[in-house]
Design a protein around this ligand. Structure first.
Ligand SMILES: C[S@@+](CC[C@H](N)C(=O)[O-])C[C@H]1O[C@@H](n2cnc3c(N)ncnc32)[C@H](O)[C@@H]1O
Ligand code: SF4
Length: 437
């Protein structure tokens, strides 16, 4: 695995996600299993979550779209296939698409995301095509727990249910992960954290996949997709504290990813700044300049290397800070326009680390002054405060007077600033602790 493959992949490298963009192409509509949290049929342009997609593309259409996007986004480094169904249940379209991508630019990083049922059959092809990253979703290693997550699977034309389905799926997933590691393909494992089902069990999953050679574990909170079994049965999503605790327990065993945005299957752009629904992103007839792209990407890598040489301090008294950002590693988003906040911890030496992403609805709907938030603003505001209540500071590029004073009443001090997140965190936390003494 080359160093630059890791450095430039926003989903695998926390620092890269500030700088490099990825594009998912939705060429894989079918699925061969049914997860109780998934309803891939539900499509709404305001939704940004896995499985959601506006339009399924043919491999050739995907090639055209990627080529045009490369002309617009010099920092586009990764092309992924993640659905809206399962890439390996649509193997022909998936691998044809990858071949087209490799012919556009051999330096593009190719990745795919799969439930793993068919993985052992395709590891050889994955390796041959130079696919460097594979994500396998594994929610359990115990078939009893798995039987609560999956309603059925279809394998070699036969339908399996209950524990038999989970046992077969788990066996194939573990076999596939081990084969990937042996083939030198970087493997990340995704798990959906479903509080009453697998919350306590996920550390066992971490242990097992680490043993088999997986590289990192991405534990994502359950999203209650409309129409999914879990939504209809009244299951709940984990609290922020539960998510942090489950991630912490697994992080003692192997690297855990905390910056996942649970993207759409047709997401385009930097994590947190999806542009798939922005039509002007994709004008026809544009070609890209490879030399210019390579130069920009090398500059980004050298900036990232400089930043990563930092010491690690004591985190027991760390301050939690929410940051509104549109990307580039900067505080550059107005509070009222933020659909998500990055939450950092800053220790007494001024060192910071990302601990998660909190998704919210934008407070300002554009119809009223950002200060009042329009109709429904009070409810949205209340939800945002709930999501951020463990934070002491909030950094944003602007905020109306009314929400600023309401935030202070809720114990969150808003600070208007712009610039590099790390610097702003250091500066403003120093300011906070100075006042507290
Ligand atoms: C849509 S899937 C596509 C790839 C493949 N079918 C799979 O499941 O791995 C991408 C990721 O989103 C996760 N996902 C799908 N629906 C979800 C939900 N309702 N809540 C949380 N994660 C979800 C999946 O488990 C998977 O890790
Ligand atoms: S494997 Fe992926 S696409 Fe298939 S049901 Fe599960 S989450 Fe949905």
């Amino acid at each position: 695995m080359s160093e630059s493959a890791l450095l430039k992949h926003p989903c695998y490298n926390e620092e890269a996600h500030h700088h490099f963009a990825r594009m998912h192409v939705a060429v894989a509509p079918k699925c061969n299993i049914r997860c109780n949290y998934c309803n891939p049929k539900f499509d709404c342009v305001n939704e940004s979550r896995p499985g959601v997609v506006s339009e399924v593309l043919s491999p050739e259409e995907a090639g055209n779209r990627v080529s045009r996007t490369m002309a617009q986004l010099p920092n586009l480094s990764v092309i992924g296939i993640a659905g809206p169904g399962d890439p390996l249940a649509n193997a022909e379209a998936t691998f044809r698409t990858f071949r087209i991508m490799a012919s556009l630019d051999p330096d593009l990083h190719l990745c795919l995301s799969t439930n793993g049922l068919m993985l052992p059959d395709y590891v050889e092809e994955i390796k041959e095509l130079g696919i460097r990253h594979v994500t396998v979703t594994m929610n359990a290693i115990d078939p009893k727990i798995g039987a609560r997550v999956y309603s059925h699977i279809v394998y070699q034309g036969q339908v399996y249910r209950d524990e038999a389905a989970a046992a077969l799926l788990i066996e194939r997933q573990l076999q596939g992960i081990e084969m990937l590691a042996k083939a030198g393909v970087l493997c990340k494992v995704n798990s959906v954290h479903i509080p009453e089902v697998n919350g306590e069990h996920l550390r066992e999953v971490t242990r097992k996949v680490k043993e088999l050679g997986a590289f990192s574990h991405n534990i994502m909170p359950l999203i209650l997709s409309p129409g999914s079994f879990f939504e209809k049965q009244g299951f709940r999503v984990p609290t922020n504290e539960e998510s942090i605790e489950v991630q912490r327990a697994s992080a003692e065993i192997m690297p855990v990813m905390r910056h996942c945005r649970q993207c759409r299957a047709d997401a385009v752009g930097m994590l947190g700044g999806d542009m798939s629904q922005t039509p002007e992103m994709l004008p026809a007839g544009q070609s890209f300049d490879k030399a210019a792209r390579d130069e920009i990407q090398e500059q980004l890598v050298s900036r990232m290397k400089q930043r990563s040489e930092e010491p690690v301090g004591d985190w027991s008294s760390a301050v939690r800070v929410a940051v509104a950002t549109r990307g580039s590693g900067e505080v550059n988003q107005h509070f009222g326009h933020a659909k998500e906040f990055l939450v950092y911890e800053v220790n007494d030496l001024g060192e910071s680390r990302l601990i998660g992403v909190r998704k919210v609805q934008a407070y300002c709907n554009g119809l009223a002054e950002c200060g009042e938030g329009g109709e429904g603003g009070a409810r949205v505001f209340g939800e945002t405060v709930q999501m951020l209540k463990d934070c002491e500071l909030l950094l944003c590029s602007g905020i109306g007077k009314a929400p600023a004073s309401k935030l202070q009443y809720a114990g969150i001090m808003p600070i208007v600033c712009k610039g590099e997140i790390e610097q702003q965190l250091k500066k403003n936390v120093k300011y906070l602790t100075y006042f507290a003494q």
